[in-house]
Design a protein around this ligand. Structure first.
Ligand code: CTP
Ligand code: MG
Length: 240
């Protein structure tokens, strides 16, 4: 069993606002992507990390990785990403050598995931699960609505029972052959231009069982400006 991590980091970070590509923005003075690579490399199981960089930024990302201290035993590859997250993940999978049997897919935008969370995903895959997601109960109640024009009131369609809902995070862990199959089948099906934003959701569409293990509050995704404030505070608390 050899496990690799693929880190999609090719997004622009539109919701974060103007500036450098999101993965290259800094937290505590260090690029988010470096935090994310370290978070994966901290897991003993991970010996290879594939960074999927913005297509016009692979040279800059390679240089950035070389400038930061990373564990010696971790091999790091950089490949160019695509227009959607799904395409970027596919590019990462295509770069994996033949001896890899299990893979973690981890958002560069979740730089602070604790190693215990990574390890519990790895362990569930090693125990035989084909697809594993870290997940947390929700604090907010969720409603399904009939989406209308922005700013207009939207009719509520239903209210799922909150206790049965989970918010899913990354790293998500997979049997590599299973995730590859999902990408091959769904590359031909998905035509909405957005692509899948959840790797496990693609595997679900194959009819394969996905299991959830406990996620962690600190594995939240940096999406909007307020998330940067929280991420800086979490780092400061760790360093105190
Ligand atoms: N991602 C990627 N390739 C894309 C789009 C997204 O590799 N074409 C990556 C992002 O870099 C990020 C992860 O997928 O690490 C999760 O996506 P998201 O949080 O949506 O990041 P962005 O797409 O960059 O942000 P936004 O949607 O606000 O533009
Ligand atoms: Mg996005």
């Amino acid at each position: 069993h050899r496990t690799a991590a693929v880190i999609p980091a090719a997004g622009r970070g539109v919701r974060l606002g103007p500036g450098a590509p999101k993965a290259l923005r800094t937290l505590g003075g260090t690029p988010m992507l470096i935090h994310a690579v370290r978070a994966m490399a901290r897991s003993r199981a991970v010996t290879l990390v594939v960074v999927v960089a913005p297509a016009d930024g692979t040279v800059e990302v390679r240089r950035m990785l070389d400038e930061h201290a990373l564990p010696e035993r971790t091999q790091i590859l950089v490949v160019p990403g695509g227009e959607t997250r799904q395409e970027s993940v596919r590019a990462g999978l295509d770069a994996l050598p033949a001896d890899i049997t299990a893979v973690l897919i981890h958002d560069a935008a979740r730089p602070l995931v604790p190693v215990d969370t990574v390890d519990s995903v790895v362990e569930a895959v090693r125990d035989g699960a084909l697809a594993v997601v870290p997940a947390l109960p929700l604090s907010d109640t969720v409603k399904e609505v009939e989406p209308g024009r922005p700013g207009e009131p939207e009719p509520v369609v239903s209210t799922p029972v909150r206790a049965r809902l989970r918010a899913v995070q990354t790293p998500q862990g997979f049997d590599l052959a299973t995730l590859r199959l999902a990408h091959e089948k769904l590359a031909r099906l998905s035509g909405d231009g957005e692509g899948a934003t959840d790797d496990a959701g693609m595997v679900e569409q194959l009819g394969v069982t996905v299991v959830a293990v406990p996620g962690h509050e600190e594995a939240f995704k940096v999406t909007r400006p307020l998330d940067l404030v929280l991420a800086e505070a979490v780092l400061a608390r760790r360093r105190a």
